[in-house]
Design a protein around this ligand. Sequence first.
Ligand SMILES: C[S@@+](CC[C@H](N)C(=O)[O-])C[C@H]1O[C@@H](n2cnc3c(N)ncnc32)[C@H](O)[C@@H]1O
Length: 267
Amino acid sequence: MAGFDREQRGAELTPGEGSRSGKQAYVEAIFDRIAPRYDRMNRLMTLGLWWYWQWSFRRLAGIRPGDRVLDVGCGTAELSLLAARETGPGGRVTGVDIAEGMLRVCRQKIAGSPLAGRLEFLRADAQALPFPDGSFDVVVSGFMLRNVASLDRALGEMARVLRPGGRVAVLELTHPPSRWVAAPYLAYFRHVVPWLGRWARREGDPLPPYAWLPESLREIPPAPELARRLERAGFSRVAYRYLSAGVVAVHTGEKPGRRERGARPPA
Ligand SMILES: C[S@@+](CC[C@H](N)C(=O)[O-])C[C@H]1O[C@@H](n2cnc3c(N)ncnc32)[C@H](O)[C@@H]1O
């Protein structure tokens, strides 16, 4: 992978030889380190758009009372909390993440919250989810896909754990279709984000925490291609909507088959 070498990772981030790829170990180490600062940096780097994206995502995800929801790559539980509000007390939201640091923030965030009883968090890899087939009514994921070593394996796992008739909703950075937007957007990622990352760096960090962000953009296919990959993973009625002039996109789809909880057309 371009720009993804041993020196950049830093000696202590060198992955061990094992089942996980170098990229996955690298990503896990990055998110472990930035977890306590993640929410603050997220709001800063998205210039506050994060709230608007969450609001739009809520509408498009179509979570209903009583749903069993899986949030893959839950980070600091922002989408999990949003989902828990939608499911009501009869629902259940499971957040999984590969970085223990992120899960720690999730648990701190929900401690004492009235939503805590609907939420659980556990460490798991999106590419090998520890759930039986058809366990969830809705699978959501925010800004995770570009971080996985195998996009197709992660999409395949989302399809597997969804029940027939269940719904998937993915929020992810994308490539703006207009070059008038794409040029300043890329310049922002190349120049401003690394600068903000250096500013947020802490003593002892072996690499600027946001060095990975501009790099990770290359890992996500354009929205039409991601829609095809979702179809290839087994989803039907796949649709996507650009937000904020196409800097992010929400993809939705359904798992074909019997609908145990009533039909819901995609947005
Ligand atoms: C950019 S953050 C997004 C967090 C959150 N979903 C949000 O919308 O703010 C990406 C998250 O995906 C997690 N992640 C990356 N690769 C993963 C994998 N293979 N399995 C599970 N989580 C993963 C990271 O640890 C990180 O918490």
